[in-house]
Each structure stands twice: as C-alpha cells, then as structure tokens.
Write a protein that binds this ligand. Structure first.
Ligand code: ATP
Length: 226
C-alpha cells in the first residue's frame, strides 16, 4: 500500500532512455535511468566524460525530452507537456545552475537574482537582500555580470537559482570554471542555502572531492546508474 505520509519527491525519474543519432550510428546514452530525490536531499551525479551526466540533467530539467521513461517534478509528469508547460513547471519548482553562469548580460546583479523569482510571482525583497548578503555580493548589486569575477558570477547564479525558493536545484558542474578555492566557497554556499530552504539538489561533478561533500552519490556507467 502506498504510504500516504511520504512527501512528494521534488524529482523522480523512471526508466529514462535517450539515444542520439551520430555519423557513426545511434549512440545509446541513457539505457533506463531511475532515481528519486527526497526534499532536502543532495546527490552528486558522477561518471566519465561522455557518460551522459549533462544529458540526464537536461532531461530532469525538461530542457530536452527523453525517448522513453518519465520525469516528474514536484509530482507532476513532464510527459505530454509542451515547451510552455515544461517551462512553467521549471519556473515554479526548479533552480538551475550551469558551469558557464548563464547570467543575463544586460541585467545588474540585483536584477539577475530577482529575475526568476519575479517571473514565478514570488519576488521577496527581504529574501533577495538576504541572498545578496549571504553570497558576499553586498556593494556589487548595481554591477553587470562582465564586471564580476567568475566566482562572483557563479554566486549571482546561485542567488538567482534560489531566489524563488524552488524545491529542486539542478546544477551542472557549477564549479567547473572556477579554481579550487572559489569552487569550495561556491559549493559551501550552494549546500548551505539549499539546506536552509529545504531544496533537493542534484549536482553533476567530475570531482570526487566535491562529490564527497554531498549527501549521496550516483555514478553513471554504460547508460545506467550505479
Ligand atoms: N545533441 C547531441 N547530439 C548527438 N550526440 C550528443 C548530443 N549531446 C550529447 N551527445 C553525446 O552523448 C554522450 C553524452 O553526452 P553528455 O554531454 O551528456 O555527457 P557528460 O557525461 O555530461 O560529459 P562531460 O563530463 O564530458 O561533460 C556523448 O557521447 C555525446 O557525444
């Protein structure tokens, strides 16, 4: 019988399959991947280069569609949703952090952080101000991304991802473009703020050292998780 008290997983993946065409023939990247994240859980996704980590994260975010299997975000299936429906689900429930920061170049630090929360109708001035302070960005609010260091830009990206207090944060090599000291600082903040807001975190990383700092680890090999 189903446990009525079990909370809805912020993310559930079931039997995901993905094959890409290539000049050498179809490449079966994911061959039946399932996982569920509980609220507040953090999981590192590791695997060799080309094992499909980014592919899996993109499917989980609804940025791309699987060939088979199901993705559920906050209990809602992406199956059958069009782009706009998937974007809405992402806007309401997911914070994304990428390796290359992906900030809006024409928006200030403050506007970059507030942007997604505004779109989601959950702008909260006090929380945005707290994020700016916690992320060590006080005094830089009116700067543009190009006027920041890489570590500062990634801290802005973390602020943007958490501003709407999503239940799920998906991060693809969030410290991949940073040196070791900046990586540690950025990961500390990401883990702290995710824990504080109760967000589940799925983070792709090449680094066993960084993976070891998350609550658990899943390794992609030959298209499956182990
Ligand atoms: N759009 C695409 N079209 C064709 N093949 C693709 C596409 N995207 C990824 N691939 C292939 O799928 C496989 C998995 O790629 P993916 O980027 O998911 O791996 P990854 O584990 O994130 O790698 P890395 O650690 O190097 O970033 C690779 O063999 C890649 O060449």
């Amino acid at each position: 019988m189903k446990d009525a008290a079990a909370p809805t997983p912020p993310l559930a993946l079931e039997g995901l399959r993905k094959t890409y065409p290539s000049p050498e023939g179809p490449v079966e990247v994911l061959r039946g991947v399932s996982l569920a994240l509980a609220p507040g859980e953090s999981l590192a996704l590791t695997g060799e280069s080309g094992s499909g980590k980014s592919t899996l994260l993109h499917l989980a975010a609804g940025l791309d569609a699987a060939d088979a299997g199901e993705v559920r975000i906050a209990g809602r299936s992406l199956t059958g949703l069009r782009d706009a429906g998937r974007a809405r689900l992402r806007r309401d429930h997911v914070g994304l952090v990428f390796q290359q920061f992906n900030l809006a170049p024409s928006l200030t630090v403050a506007s970059n952080i507030a942007f997604q929360a505004r779109l989601a109708g959950r702008a909260d001035r006090a929380w945005t101000a707290a994020l700016v302070a916690r992320l060590g960005l006080a005094g830089l609010e009116r700067r543009y991304p190009e006027q920041l260091s890489g570590g500062q830009q990634q801290r802005v990206a973390i602020g943007r991802a958490l501003a709407a207090r999503p239940g799920l944060v998906l991060a693809d090599e969030p410290t991949g473009a940073l040196d070791e000291a900046a990586s540690d600082a950025v990961l500390d903040l990401l883990l702290e703020l995710a824990a504080e807001t109760g967000a589940a975190l799925l983070m792709v990383t090449h680094s066993p050292r960084l993976a070891g700092r998350l609550g658990g680890r899943a390794h992609l090999r030959a298209g499956r998780l182990e």
